[in-house]
Design a protein. Structure first.
Length: 228
């Protein structure tokens, strides 16, 4: 079962979604790293929340580019750009890009094409995920060879059927709603079962017994050290 570092491997001196947290996950040998992307002003900003406490809790889409460039994380880093992350990871592990808002599919295709050319990367290690399945569809049209991870926060009557239309690589389910029946249904439809966010050894062991393929975790070091 793969261990995916949720927003990197964060700590007080390396906040989530920072380059320091991403580097720490790489240093640990994580199987994958998940980051969050906001598309705004023709740029992909690596950040999770809609609002920025560093800017009086202003919404990220209400700030100017200059204001966003001036934001500093708790360790002094600026908000990372997608290019920064791609240059750092360089295909050394899986990279899950969670898309937070709509409208960036074509720009994302250009960004990934450019990064692949400039840094000799391939899309083999890239996965796009989102709760917005309409945006995933748009990304799939712009990037037909990219892996798609369908994020779900609920448990539908038809289990993972909604992901079939997207020909998804993985079905990413919330740990509280993940069951052996769901995982079996995911596998029956030819997808991988990825589960978020599992932070305790008993959760990792149970999910491994249920044959989940990957877990997103905030405790990357402990997860990697656990026999799964």
């Amino acid at each position: 079962m793969k261990c995916i570092a949720h927003r990197g491997y964060s700590a007080p001196d390396r906040p989530e979604n920072s380059l320091a947290a991403i580097q720490a996950a790489l240093d640990l040998g994580a199987d994958g790293i998940e980051i969050d992307l906001w598309f705004y002003q023709n740029r992909f900003w690596v950040y999770h929340d809609r609002r920025l406490p560093q800017s009086n809790n202003a919404r990220i889409d209400t700030l100017t580019r200059a204001e966003l460039n001036s934001v500093r994380l708790s360790n002094g880093e600026p908000l990372a750009d997608l290019y920064d992350v791609l240059r750092l990871v360089k295909g050394r592990c899986l990279l899950n890009l969670e898309i937070k808002n709509a409208g960036g599919a074509n720009a994302l295709a250009k960004a990934l094409d450019s990064a692949c050319r400039e840094h000799q990367l391939t899309r083999e290690h890239l996965i796009l995920s989102s709760f917005n399945h309409h945006e995933l569809f748009a990304c799939q049209q712009a990037l037909p060879d990219i892996k798609i991870g369908v994020l779900m926060a609920g448990l539908s009557l038809d289990y993972s059927a909604c992901a079939s239309a997207l020909q998804a690589y993985s079905f990413n389910s919330h740990i509280d709603l993940t069951t052996p029946a769901l995982i079996n249904d995911i596998h029956r439809r030819g997808m991988q079962s990825w589960v978020y966010t599992a932070n305790y050894p008993e959760e990792w062991r149970e999910l491994a017994q249920w044959r989940a393929d990957a877990v997103f975790t905030d405790r990357t070091e402990q997860c990697l050290a656990t026999k799964l």
